[in-house]
Design a protein around this ligand. Structure first.
Ligand code: PFF
Length: 452
């Protein structure tokens, strides 16, 4: 099936491309604010345990499904078993929900880049700067359009390859710069307490919500449960080792998230003056905290400019891969031409992105199950749809397709698969049972039916 599909050259090419999609705002913006909110060390611990179990099993399954069939999500599930094509459809919904609000956050990053370039760091480091910015009716929308236009331009012109090349240089620079910022942050007076909060698990903070948040974050960050890794797998050559590729992507992705947490969470302690609400800032945390860090650093403006341009790139490579996915799903289905399809996807982004942006200000009074639009789209995709897709994928692989089929896919050309047992046990028993339990309890909690 896969003979005519163009492939990544070699293992490094595959790992870098998949990591380019995986590393994005999820690592740098989303992970730190969730870690801050859900108890620091306990969140980190739960996340790491999930990464080496659920994360490994699911990423392995998705890449192997893609490589075995040579197809993207919908076609792949259909090829394996017609009755389960619906899992491919459900998975395809996720990037459509994520992309619009991803571009809204991408717009915030672009704004902060602009702010630092124009030398307004001191203003950006003041207390209400971020909340005032996102509450404005027009400015965040302008930046959302800028980010969306950049993404769409790359997709429409088909110049992803060029962007990928640039990002291969930018990514290592981002890692080095983040490490420097993290080390600096740790030594700001008052940050020590934050380092402890981030690194030592406090079990009194543990709840079903901790696990759900960590699980949703894992899927989001590693681009799982949304068909993306199936597509990437479909481009993987048969002589590349799936298992070790998965390990490398996971280490890379988790490493960057970990450093981002270290860069932001201790700084919250250093600059909040002991305000307990500071940890609960949610999506704004990075934008509120980092300008304060940069302002306190020698050469802070330059470092801020460098940081935001690098994050902008990481965000762009991810939003491009999201838009690319959405466009190709619609194109495959409706057989429209590429430009018309891109136009439709742009409309979708504007339709869902505008309320996500306005919900922070003018429309802040509108709430859906207690959340503003952006939080709601984030919740529906990460905490509802993705766990459902992950659960169905586990059940499908565990009981319909059988884990052995995918293990054999990985063992082609005499390649070893070390974690066969782990993969089989997680995909058949541990993951589906845990995902179902967590999903049900947490939805009941959000709807106010039970209190955990
Ligand atoms: N994994 C990306 C992140 O952590 O920011 C988000 C993402 C990018 C999801 C691309 C899906 C995707 F296709």
């Amino acid at each position: 099936m896969s003979e005519n599909r163009s492939s990544f050259t070699g293992k490094l090419g595959f790992v870098l491309a998949a990591a380019g999609s995986a590393v994005g705002l999820g690592n740098i913006w989303r992970f730190p604010y969730l870690a801050a909110k859900y108890g620091g060390g306990i969140f980190l611990l739960v996340y790491l345990i999930l990464a080496v179990t659920f994360g490994f099993a699911l990423m392995f399954a998705e890449i192997a499904i893609g490589r075995k069939t040579g197809l993207s999500a919908i076609g792949a599930f259909r090829a394996l078993n017609k009755k389960y094509t619906f899992i491919g459809y459900l998975a395809s919904l996720v990037p459509m929900i994520i992309l619009p609000y991803y571009c809204v956050i991408g717009g915030w990053v672009a704004k902060y880049f602009g702010v630092f370039v124009s030398g307004q760091m001191t203003a950006a480091a003041t207390d209400n700067y971020f909340t005032d910015f996102i509450a404005q009716p027009t400015e965040p929308i302008v930046w959302f359009f800028v980010f969306l236009a950049l993404t769409a331009l790359v997709v429409i012109l088909g110049v992803e390859k060029g962007i990928e090349k640039v990002s291969k240089i930018m990514m290592p620079v981002l890692v080095v710069l983040s490490i420097i910022i993290a080390v600096y942050t740790m030594f700001i007076p008052g940050a020590g307490e934050g380092v402890l909060y981030y690194l030592t698990p406090d079990f009194s903070h543990f709840s079903a919500m901790t696990v759900l948040a960590a699980m949703g974050q894992l899927f989001y960050s590693m681009s799982l449960a949304m068909g993306i890794m199936i597509t990437y797998g479909s481009y993987m050559k048969k002589d590349v080792n799936i298992e070790s590729s998965v390990h490398q992507i996971e280490i890379f992705d988790t490493g960057i998230a970990f450093i981002a947490g270290l860069m932001i969470v201790p700084a919250v302690f250093a600059f909040s003056g002991g305000d307990p609400d500071a940890l609960n800032k949610g999506p704004g945390l990075m934008f509120i905290t980092l300008p304060k860090v940069f302002e306190s650093m020698p050469g802070g403006t330059i470092i801020g400019v460098a940081f935001f341009v690098l994050v902008l790139f990481a965000a762009l490579t991810s939003s491009i891969s999201l838009m690319e996915t959405v466009v190709s799903i619609i194109q495959d289905k409706l057989k429209w031409n590429r430009y018309v399809t891109c136009g439709l996807v742009l409309l979708l982004c504007v339709a869902l992105g505008l309320p996500s942006s306005l919900g922070n200000g003018v429309w802040s009074g509108v709430s859906i199950i207690g959340m503003n639009f952006l939080d709601f789209f984030d919740f529906i995709s990460n905490s509802v749809l993705m766990p459902i897709v992950a659960f169905l994928t586990c059940v499908f692989v565990g009981y319909v397709l059988k884990p052995q089929t995918l293990i054999e896919e990985a063992q082609q050309n005499g390649m070893a698969m070390k974690s066969q047992k782990l993969f089989t046990v997680v995909i058949k028993y541990i993951a589906p049972i845990c995902i179902a339990l967590i999903l049900v309890t947490s939805i009941l909690e959000v709807l106010g039916v039970v209190k955990i």
